[in-house]
Design a protein. Structure first.
Length: 147
């Protein structure tokens, strides 16, 4: 997991060859003005989902992991807290290959908060529980990057 400011996202391009395309997309598009929904950048290998997500409590947020994709999550309208538990500390449970997601019961081990202008990167080994907020809705960008 990586937490940082958007101005530093370019420092992480060596972690995945598609991260440069994420940086270029952010430089040439205003994420706040993009319509909700899926925007393909490089087909199924790289796209961004612009969402209006419902804010959840820590108890209601669900831990998840992805085997094929990396998430770069960027809150746009309000602070968003993410629960975090390393995959190695999570129990084995059913993986949904079609949706590339495994969901886990229980609370996360730790929590981090990002403000607009910051991002969180979650790799396949990072269990994360998104959308924790005291706001009823959070507009956010989720870049899905082939791991």
């Amino acid at each position: 997991m990586v937490i940082d400011t958007l101005e530093n996202l370019g420092k992480y391009v060596s972690l995945n060859p598609l991260f440069k395309d994420v940086v270029d997309f952010i430089k040439s598009n205003d994420l706040d003005s993009l319509a909700t929904g899926k925007h393909e950048i490089k087909g199924a290998d790289l796209f961004v989902n612009i969402q209006i997500a419902k804010g959840k409590t820590k108890d209601a947020a669900v831990l998840e992991t992805h085997k094929k994709m990396i998430d770069i999550q960027i809150p746009l309208s309000a602070e968003e807290t993410y629960g975090y538990t390393p995959l190695c500390d999570l129990p084995e449970t059913e993986y949904n290959a079609e949706k590339d997601i495994t969901k886990y019961a229980g609370l996360a081990d730790t929590y981090v908060t990002c403000k607009p202008g910051e991002f969180a990167i979650f790799f396949p080994q990072d269990g994360h529980a998104p959308c924790i907020s005291d706001k009823s809705e959070i507009k956010k960008a989720i870049f899905k990057v082939l791991a």
